[in-house]
Design a protein around this ligand. Structure first.
Ligand code: FMN
Length: 175
């Protein structure tokens, strides 16, 4: 049974929740799965299959993930890799598809060619967790893009059946 390692970074927790859900789904399909938070440990663990999960912050994959990919791109080029990108633009159905989400293309440019599965997931809007400057900037972005400008709780925009489907695709390509 191949070992699948989910390498993720998560600033406010949603990418980690998605990574956990994928891990749970893969385990239910009898896959051998490991979760690896690259912010806590910047190494690339030995594995047969990698899933890379990156949130978008200010127009790009969050900086720790960009640095990690730069460090491990060459090693990853000899591996089988799947990727998912998490951002709030994808809360709009027309921006959720892999061909029309601008951030997935940017993330793919940091990865080796030949990524086996790619996916974009809408993330979460979590005003209570943001420090004042992030809150201000996100309010501005929400003002421009027609989203909520204040909310006392986290809004989860992730469409979880798509997360499960992504995990199923990976499970069937590794078995
Ligand atoms: C400071 C900040 C900047 C963000 N910048 C963008 C952005 O440029 N485009 C976008 O679509 N989403 C943006 N988002 C939304 C995040 O990608 C989304 O909230 C995601 O769920 C964050 O993942 P995490 O909870 O794993 O950190 C931003 C969020 C924050 C807090």
């Amino acid at each position: 049974m191949p070992v699948i390692t989910i390498c993720f970074a998560s600033r406010y927790g949603q990418t980690e929740r998605i990574a956990n859900r994928i891990a749970k789904q893969l385990a239910q399909q009898n896959c051998d799965v490991l979760l690896h938070n690259i912010v806590l440990d910047g190494a690339l663990p030995k594995s047969d299959y990698y899933i890379v999960g990156a949130p978008v912050m200010y127009g790009n994959a969050w900086t720790p993930m960009r640095k990690w990919l730069a460090a491990h791109r060459e090693t990853l080029s000899a591996k089988v890799v799947a990727v998912f990108n998490v951002n709030l633009t994808a809360r709009k159905p027309g921006k959720r598809h892999i061909d029309n989400n601008p951030y997935l293309a940017k993330l793919l440019a940091l990865l080796p060619e030949g990524i086996q599965h790619k996916q974009v997931f809408a993330g979460a809007l979590d005003y209570p967790s943001y420090p004042w400057y992030d809150r201000l900037m996100i309010k501005l972005i929400m003002h421009i893009t027609g989203g909520p400008k204040r909310c006392g709780h986290r809004i989860d925009y992730t469409y979880w059946p798509d997360v499960d489907r992504f995990a199923e695709q990976i499970a069937s390509s590794t078995q």
